[in-house]
Design a protein around this ligand. Structure first.
Ligand code: MN
Ligand code: MN
Length: 299
């Protein structure tokens, strides 16, 4: 083993110092958290995820046998947001996201997925498929009266035609939810795989269901860290027990190798509630899994 020890690695994602112009995949932090409905603090997610990612630089991915840090990936820093202003922040995020072909966003709260999907769908010229890990459906029409907040991101994404709900799978769902919201989601054609379904049927069956539903249209991966059980990801704003173990999420992701991914985000990491960096490490590792998955044929 050569190079610097993990703890001396630069504080960017995977220690990457590559220029944006040298990379085809760009990683950006988006420190927005004023649309959270419970505990805030995800604005500090990006630096925590970057710091934890430096654990992952000392070898190849042990399934795909590539080093994600060797891929043409650049950490471009954080997007600008408008402090205290959700609509203006969403406009700014969309504008900045439009400049990148393949973007991985480090949240921030889940609301950021809406402008990211607006930018991506505009580029694609068609609705995207969506793989959505979460404890929550996030299809509430509003959040305690607030139209744009982290619990309504996919209500708007569906209503705006950014994603095709018949090619959308939610994995890990288990929070309290109004039945009319749940039924609206199902009625739109969304496939909901509850956390209990993951535990009962296993990663292989879930991944097979995802690949059947998504098919081969361009897909977006949105990973809310609260899909994981609070035992594996306590550092988040709206924890729900009974969730996925980290290994279950990894096992599902590794089986999505027939999908064509166009982008990813990992959201809702709130380091103030974290313990021993386990939530930030889980988030960083899911990005690392994604990079290995999408880059495995290019290395
Ligand atoms: Mn959630
Ligand atoms: Mn969410």
């Amino acid at each position: 083993m050569t190079g610097v020890p993990t703890f001396s690695t630069p504080f960017s994602f995977l220690g990457l110092l590559r220029l944006q112009s040298e990379a085809s995949i760009h990683i950006a932090g988006i420190p927005l958290d004023i649309g959270t409905t419970n505990r805030s603090g995800a604005r500090f997610g990006p630096p925590a995820i970057r710091t934890a990612s430096r654990m992952l630089v000392d070898g190849d991915h042990p399934h795909w046998w590539i080093d994600p840090a060797a891929l043409p990936v650049a950490d471009i820093g954080d997007f600008d947001i408008a402090l205290g202003d959700i609509p203006e922040s969403l406009a700014l995020i969309e504008q900045q996201a439009a400049e990148h072909a393949h973007l991985i966003a480090l949240g921030g709260e889940h609301t950021i997925s809406l402008p990211l999907l607006r930018a991506l769908a505009a580029k694609a010229g068609a609705p995207l498929a969506l793989v959505h890990f979460d404890a929550h459906v996030d299809t509430w029409p509003d959040n305690f009266g607030q139209v744009y907040a982290h619990g309504s991101v996919f209500f708007h994404a569906i209503e705006e035609g950014l994603i095709d709900p018949r090619r959308m799978v939610q994995i890990g769902i288990r929070s309290p939810v109004q039945k009319d919201v749940y039924d609206w989601t199902l009625g739109k054609g969304v496939t909901i795989v509850g956390a209990q379904d993951v535990h009962h049927y296993g990663a292989q069956a879930v991944a097979q269901r995802v690949t059947e539903v998504i098919g081969n249209v361009p897909a977006y991966l949105s990973f809310d860290i609260d899909c994981l059980d609070p035992a594996f990801a306590p550092g988040t704003g709206t924890p729900e027990i009974g969730g996925l173990a980290s290994w279950q999420a990894q096992a599902i992701l590794r089986r999505l190798d027939t999908l064509t991914f166009a982008g990813m985000d990992v959201v809702e990491v709130a380091p103030a509630y974290d313990t021993a960096e386990i939530t930030a490490l889980a988030a960083a590792t899911m990005v690392w899994e994604y990079l290995a998955l999408v880059g495995r044929n290019t290395a």
